[in-house]
Write a protein that binds this ligand. Structure first.
Ligand code: EPU
Length: 433
């Protein structure tokens, strides 16, 4: 088992380069199924969710060639399988995008119910199913599998109103609609940057998608998409995580390869807390040398404060002066990590979707676990500012979404390393460092 060891208390200084956006990549890779020809995808993050999706495509018969560390050529022309690998699919939430893509291309899909981070109990897909049904498909869920068929062989356009603002449903319905017959309108659509990125990818391959980035997306089905080049946008949440890390640990870092506009909601909150954040053209400079002050945070769909930054901001607020309140506005239960932060000395009370954080003077290193991807990032941030050594287990979650987090933080002067621990020696690790 791999663990991360962090000796906290070092300020972060230097420059860090942000990778391509995970949540755009995990939508664009399945989208290549819709394309006749080769798609060259650039700025792909090197993270396990991406590797897994590429493997799923390979197993379905796609020709996936690595051009360099961050670029692949994907040609799905010869794919004929409409059934995706069950074991791989179960491990990744975004696997459900294969339903929309396969339905759009073949009018049929058999896909495992999605896995991924489990922080909200059952993560429903009723809005996806409602949309596919409105577009003329029949959906059955049996034995952990979703089986979808277009009744007339090809989907048709429809007007779909989403009852909740869902990133996943918006993306899945876009994928299903681009090759459907006629016009699809998605109302109350999500507006996240990765939705705009997917629309840009699809349009650059010949699709007709309008309105992405607003809450009404209109898609006119076309008969074919052709291959081309596309470069994925920088990861808003990875950038936000480094902003939060500098806020917690102190120091000064230039965060490069970002779209500062995507970070407004995060930068604004950090400024309220006494952190300096200066936007450049495609970078932000973050500096913190004074005390952190309390604030309140409510997570919301974009352009609100992202739920995927909620655990990381909680780790920063844990060491801010005063009492802060976080209201989780997207997921029912995204506070599983609070127990872990409490073991490091944080003072946090959770009631339903609300967490009240009494800032403490400092955290102390402890043995903790990453309970999901962003919770894991929060443990790293807490470890960076804690006194002593923090040992983080279950780091596979972190590696699902953060490219080379160890290398990037070490470059900034953090004392962090990954160690391989045989399962039977787990207990001894804190003594040997
Ligand atoms: N929801 C429904 N019915 C549905 C779909 C969603 O009720 O059919 C509810 C969910 O239960 C939740 C809310 O709607 O309360 C929002 O869910 P959404 O569908 O937007 O989430 P998602 O598509 O499953 C993506 C990201 C998550 C991120 C959420 C919210 C990907 C692969 N995942 O999930 O990212 O938290 O949007 O922004 O894009 C992460 O990167 O760490 C991560 C978990």
């Amino acid at each position: 088992m791999t663990k991360y060891l962090i000796r906290g208390g070092k300020e972060l200084r230097g420059e860090v380069e942000i990778s391509g956006a995970k949540n755009a990549a995990v939508a664009i890779i399945p989208a290549t199924l819709l394309v006749s020809g080769t798609c060259r995808i650039e700025n792909l993050p090197q993270i396990s969710d991406v590797f897994m999706l590429l493997n799923i495509l390979r197993l379905m018969g796609a020709d996936v060639r690595t051009v360099n560390a961050h670029t692949v050529d994907i040609d799905c022309s010869r794919v004929t399988r409409t059934v995706a690998d069950f074991d791989l699919m179960q491990r990744i939430r975004a696997s459900y995008y294969l339903i929309g893509a396969l339905l759009g291309r073949f009018g049929a899909a058999t896909v495992a119910m999605p896995g991924g981070c489990n922080f909200g109990g059952v993560r429903p897909i009723d809005q996806h199913i409602k949309g596919f049904t409105a577009m003329g498909s029949q959906i059955g869920v049996r034995g952990g599998l979703v089986d979808a068929r277009a009744k007339r062989g090809r989907l048709h356009g429809s007007v779909i109103y989403l009852d909740v603002v869902s990133v996943g449903a918006t993306i899945n319905l876009m994928l299903a609609a681009v090759l459907a017959e006629g016009r699809t309108v998605i109302e109350n659509a999500a507006r996240e940057p990765h939705i705009v990125d997917l629309a840009n990818f699809l349009n650059s391959m010949g699709a007709d998608v309008r309105g992405a980035g607003t809450n009404v997306i209109k898609i006119r089905g076309v008969s074919q998409l052709r291959g081309g080049f596309y470069s994925i946008i920088p990861d808003q949440i990875e950038a936000g995580t480094y902003l939060a890390a500098v806020a917690a640990a102190g120091g000064e870092v230039l965060i490069r390869n970002v779209i500062p506009k995507h970070l407004d909601c995060i930068s604004g909150k950090l400024r309220e807390m006494g952190v300096e954040v200066a936007d450049g053209e495609d970078s932000v400079l973050v500096r913190r040398d004074g005390p952190l002050t309390r604030t309140n945070v409510k997570t919301m769909p974009y352009p609100g404060f992202p739920t995927d930054m909620q655990p990381q901001i909680a780790a920063v607020l844990a060491v801010a002066q005063g009492t802060s309140v976080i209201t989780e506005g997207v997921w029912d239960n995204r506070y599983k990590y609070v127990g872990e932060l409490t073991r490091m000395g944080a003072s946090i009370q959770v009631d339903g979707r609300i967490a009240v954080i009494e800032g403490v003077r400092g955290l102390s290193g402890a043995k903790v676990n990453a309970c999901d991807l962003r919770a894991g990032a929060a443990m790293v941030i807490a470890g960076l500012c804690a006194e002593g050594v923090t040992e983080i287990g279950h780091v596979g979650y972190i590696e699902r979404g953060y490219e080379d987090i160890i290398g990037k933080l070490r470059n900034l002067g953090a004392d962090i390393r990954a160690v391989e621990v045989p399962d039977d020696q787990e207990e001894e690790i804190l003594e040997v460092i």
